[in-house]
Design a protein around this ligand. Structure first.
Ligand SMILES: Nc1nc2c(ncn2[C@@H]2O[C@H](COP(=O)(O)OP(=O)(O)OP(=O)(O)O)[C@@H](O)[C@H]2O)c(=O)[nH]1
Length: 494
């Protein structure tokens, strides 16, 4: 239904589009709504007409306008209206222009393509003069108040979601929940660009049973899906611009549109997430609505700042992730012996102290084994130092592979190692030591003959500290060497 337009004197329209065909279409759809319809094919032409004539409605059809210069010219035209009615017909791939055009002056907009009866309705609404101007002004004020309240609610919810959230997945879920507090939102989603361009669905919040993994057939590598240029959030990532789609079928993928329609989605807003303006795109957020809405300038700018905050949250959580990884690498470097991958002596001695305390506190046995490669000097002498290094590595890896994850292998010095075996009695440690002795004796070493090891075994005494335990072990190891090597000796009781 076309709204009543009470004054015929007000019906001078100006329609601008490059293409004669579009101008013809507009004339046949809406020509009769105006007393006189002016048609312009260039921005300069339209500016000239606006300067010469009093125009009641400027209809700016952005279809076919592509570059940034066109956006600036369109903004100039809106500015030249000084608040007089402007209707912008905006292709959905250019919806990112709307916030900037709104900055140039008030306007209403429709997303094209648009059916001719919808177009007539939009033109009628833009031309209509309210019967009761005072009542209308009051209503506008109430609408604005509600709009601002809604924006405040969603901003506060997003703020809460971003505070103190270290874990990306949790933060993403909370953001999706927060965005659902905007009126009419039935589904929200957060997409995150992982390494090597892998865009994944990080979180979604559904109030309409819509599951994007099901709809898109997957949850990651989303830019490789057939819908990558039809689904607004994917388009927002690849174009780096805001995308607003006021009817799913305008996206151009009938199956996708049907899936969204079935879940009651009538409008989709998607915003790219960037770590800084002009920086690389980190992902996107999408909000799906159960009704087509006309966003105001304030709403667009609020969505823009929400996207910035969310990007910041994502960047912070990525930074934390990287910091954790760096800290992990640093710990690895400071606690590990570079040649063999075993724990180094400094960290091993700390670990031994800790395990002694733990064993004492909980009354559990702690077994320790000290071992040393027999006649290792001759390996170096005969085969060379690099070969000796390789033999050390192989022995350490072989031993490590026979231990439990709760055990610790420490390189104490040269070719001497210590094993801290938690929850292990002297008897069990003896069995383990014997197994290791046999294993090493039958392990082939690259580039040199097999080696043997001698081992000393002990169980920590109830009140015993690390130094006496290590002394007892040392003595046991020396006995094993004296006994002819390639054997295991139990340490004397503490
Ligand atoms: N290739 C290599 N050799 C090492 C490394 N650390 C210590 N060694 C060598 O290990 C050998 C240890 O020799 P000794 O302490 O005499 O002991 P051994 O020859 O194993 O004799 P026993 O322990 O009595 O059986 C020395 O030749 C050291 O140079 C290392 O990181 N790489």
């Amino acid at each position: 239904m076309v709204p009543d337009i009470d004054s015929h004197a007000r019906r001078v329209g100006l329609f601008l589009n490059l293409a004669g065909e579009r101008r013809g279409e507009f004339q046949s759809a809406c020509g009769e709504l105006f007393n006189r319809l002016l048609l312009a094919e260039t921005f300069d032409g339209a500016q000239g007409m606006l300067a010469r004539e009093t125009v009641d409605l400027l209809v700016l059809d952005l279809e076919g306008h592509e570059d940034h210069g066109d956006l600036l010219s369109a903004a100039n035209l809106v500015r030249a209206r000084h608040g007089a009615p402007v209707l912008v017909l905006c292709p959905y791939s250019k919806t990112s222009w709307l916030p900037e055009l709104m900055g140039a002056g008030p306007l209403s907009y429709r997303i094209s393509p648009i059916l001719s009866d919808e177009l007539q309705q939009a033109v009628g609404a833009a031309l209509a003069v309210p019967l009761d101007a005072a009542a209308n002004a009051q209503q506008q004020l109430l609408d604005k108040e509600k709009e601002l309240r809604d924006l405040l609610t969603v901003q506060r919810s997003v703020q809460r979601a971003l505070t103190g959230m270290d874990e990306l997945q949790l933060m993403a879920s909370q953001i999706c929940v927060a965005l659902c507090s905007f009126p009419g939102v039935r589904h929200t989603a957060l997409f995150h660009m992982k390494e090597r361009g892998n865009l994944r669905l990080e979180a979604q919040e559904s109030r309409n049973h819509l599951d994007l993994v099901q709809l898109l057939g997957r949850g990651d590598n989303l830019l490789q899906t057939p819908q990558h240029d039809a689904f607004p959030p994917l388009l927002a990532v690849s174009s780096g611009d805001l995308v607003l789609l006021d009817a799913p079928e305008k996206g151009g993928d009938p199956m996708l549109a049907m899936g969204l329609h079935d879940c009651g989605v009538r409008m989709v807003l998607a915003m790219p997430l960037r770590s800084e303006p002009g920086g690389p795109v980190l992902g996107a957020v999408s909000m799906m609505f159960d009704r087509p809405l006309q966003f105001s300038r304030e709403q667009f700018s609020c969505f823009g700042s929400l996207a910035q905050f969310i990007s910041f949250g994502l960047a912070m959580s990525e930074l934390k992730h990287q910091n954790d990884a760096l800290a992990g690498q640093l710990t690895q470097i400071t606690t590990t012996d570079a040649l063999t991958g075993a724990v180094n002596r400094r960290h091993g001695e700390n670990a031994l102290d800790n395990e002694i305390r733990r064993a004492r506190r909980y009354g559990i046995p702690l077994g320790v084994i000290s071992f040393d490669i027999d006649n290792f000097r001759s390996v170096n002498d005969i085969y060379g130092y690099p070969c000796g290094d390789q033999a050390l590595r192989t022995v350490a890896h072989t031993v490590q592979s026979r231990l439990r994850t709760s055990d610790t292998l420490v390189r104490m010095r040269g070719e001497e190692f210590l094993i801290i075996a938690t929850h292990t009695s002297a008897i069990d440690a003896l069995k383990l030591a014997e197994k290791l002795r046999e294993t090493i004796a039958s392990t082939e070493l690259p580039g040199c003959d097999a080696v043997t090891i001698s081992l000393g075994v002990a169980q920590a005494g109830p009140e015993e500290g690390a130094s006496t335990l290590l002394e007892r072990l040392d003595a046991a190891l020396h006995r094993a060497k004296r006994a002819g090597r390639n054997c295991v000796e139990l340490a004397m009781a503490s």
